[in-house]
Design a protein around this ligand. Structure first.
Ligand code: AMP
Length: 142
């Protein structure tokens, strides 16, 4: 098991610091976020230490994503949430504070005051085509 001795989530996985463990598979562990945005806010983390989503081996990424429907059903059932967000931050600029891959599963209710700034913009002429070509090429690489 790949572990970073300085990582708080590795310590939680190892049982070295206390948490409320919710669900476990060979690949991951779900536990309550200690600073919840809503009751039942879960974190779902790989047991092995990886910093960002894009560094996960594909089979581990698949195994983690396979549990998301079950976790989503559980938080809705228990909290009576009308919906939920799955939020996954990569890099400090994107809001990642803990450098161990994690999925937030955040129950949502109407008028809960949570949200995300979403200042959608438009592409200037030609930019979408330029980006699409570069991204298709990047996606076909390793
Ligand atoms: P992020 O900003 O996406 O890196 O989110 C990190 C999350 O980890 C925050 O929501 C914290 O509340 C949560 N967190 C940090 N330490 C602990 C801990 N010991 N137990 C449970 N959740 C934690």
């Amino acid at each position: 098991m790949a572990r970073d001795p300085n990582c708080v989530f590795c310590k939680i996985v190892a049982g070295d610091i206390p948490t409320h463990r919710i669900h476990e598979s060979d690949a991951g562990l779900a536990f309550l976020d200690v600073g919840p945005l809503a009751d039942g806010h879960l974190l779902w983390v790989p047991k092995d230490h990886y910093e960002r989503l894009d560094t996960l081996p594909p089979d581990l990424a698949g195994a983690l994503c396979a549990s998301l429907p079950q976790l989503g059903r559980a938080v809705q059932q228990v909290t009576q949430a009308a919906g939920y967000n799955v939020l996954q931050n990569n890099g400090r600029v994107a809001g990642q504070e803990v450098n161990h891959v994690h999925f937030h599963i955040i129950p949502r209710a109407a008028g809960d005051g949570l949200g995300y700034r979403w200042p959608a913009k438009e592409y200037p002429a030609g930019r979408a085509e330029e980006l699409a070509e570069q991204l298709r090429s990047a996606c076909s690489g390793p």
